[in-house]
Design a protein around this ligand. Sequence first.
Ligand code: AMP
Ligand code: ZN
Length: 113
Amino acid sequence: MEDCLFCKIAKGDIPSKKVYEDEDLLAFYDIDPQGPVHFLVIPKQHIGSCAEIDESNSAIVAKCFEVIAKCTKELGLESFRVVSNTGLQAGQSVNHLHFHVIGGRDMTWPPGD
Ligand code: AMP
Ligand code: ZN
């Protein structure tokens, strides 16, 4: 999708620090890390958010979670949090589905601001 930051990162038009890449997915470090480890996993195809997941694209979402398990293992993270902010009120700032993977520090529950 034109004018989508993460579509541009997925295509390589905007550089990123990659953790993992294949034909369907990209994992890259967040530019504003919220912990010692913070990377994002995105499908290369444009899906706006969790609210747009349906049976036509859910296989790619399953693959995102396979990649999360693989990358966290490789990074030696036994404990981590996966977050997907969906919609304005939840703090979504980039309208392309992404899973934050954050680890390496203590975390509180429920999540706050
Ligand atoms: P959200 O606010 O949940 O939609 O998450 C968007 C995330 O993208 C934020 O954590 C930003 O720090 C991150 N971000 C924005 N631009 C870039 C970029 N060029 N490279 C890596 N991460 C980015
Ligand atoms: Zn996009």
